[in-house]
Design a protein around this ligand. Structure first.
Ligand SMILES: [Zn+2]
Ligand SMILES: [Zn+2]
Length: 220
């Protein structure tokens, strides 16, 4: 279903590989920057159009069982992972994140919010329950001008339905620690908590609706 972006260096000898169990590298907990040499699973095929860096990092963290502070450290060498950084191009180290996720700078920039007046983003995390169910959060969901999800026409929500907590949309260790869940009580933001193993492609009608809205909002 998906490919590993990086696997430990394969043996050149099939016989040796067959007789030796695969050994995955152990990540040091104070590892400041993940590199492909350390080995981790990620594929840009897991991503959908106009997906925000929030859900990209949630998928990355969930797929690799990474604690939030390790994921947050991939965003900038200088930022405090517990304080976090805003998902803005000027706040994160584009090259560093591209190296980690093997994304192009263009694709990464499309997943970030823009601090421009015309496209002001909401600093409180906003989500569509149907989108979150399939592991998706869009840059469009954070635009102040959007009140419904373009794909489902459902009102965007900010509060956890269990405890009412509203999370700041800041890429901090705490926020990244709980993929697709409330970072206060850990209840899922949707009916079922997304698992990367159950990922399914976005429906064509949803893809068209999201992409059309993105063009209307960002490129006109
Ligand atoms: Zn939706
Ligand atoms: Zn909650």
């Amino acid at each position: 279903m998906f490919s590993l972006v990086m696997l430990p260096v394969a043996s050149s000898s099939p016989r040796k590989a067959a007789s030796s169990p695969l050994r995955f590298p152990i990540l040091s907990l104070d590892e400041r920057k993940l590199t492909p040499a350390l080995g981790y699973a990620f594929s840009t095929k897991w991503l959908d159009p106009c997906e925000s860096l929030v859900s990209i990092l949630w998928k990355f963290g969930q797929a690799n069982g990474l604690p939030g502070y390790i994921v947050a450290r991939q965003l900038s060498a200088d930022a405090d992972p517990y304080e976090g950084v805003a998902p803005l191009a000027e706040s994160i180290d584009i090259r560093r994140v591209c190296d980690t996720l093997l994304m192009s700078p263009k694709a990464l920039r499309a997943s970030l919010f823009i601090g421009a007046p015309r496209r002001r983003y909401c600093t409180i995390f906003r989500y569509c329950r149907k989108c979150v169910m399939r592991g998706y959060h869009s840059v469009l969901h954070q635009l102040e001008t959007e009140v419904v999800c373009p794909a489902h026409q459902r009102p965007l929500e900010t509060a956890c339905r269990r405890c009412g907590f509203e999370a700041q949309c800041v890429l901090s260790a705490r926020f990244l620690e709980t993929p697709f869940r409330c970072s206060y009580c850990r209840a899922g933001y949707s009916y079922n908590v997304f698992s990367i193993l159950k990922r399914r492609p976005m429906d064509k009608s949803e893809r068209v609706a999201i992409t059309r809205r993105y063009f209307e909002r960002y490129l006109t």
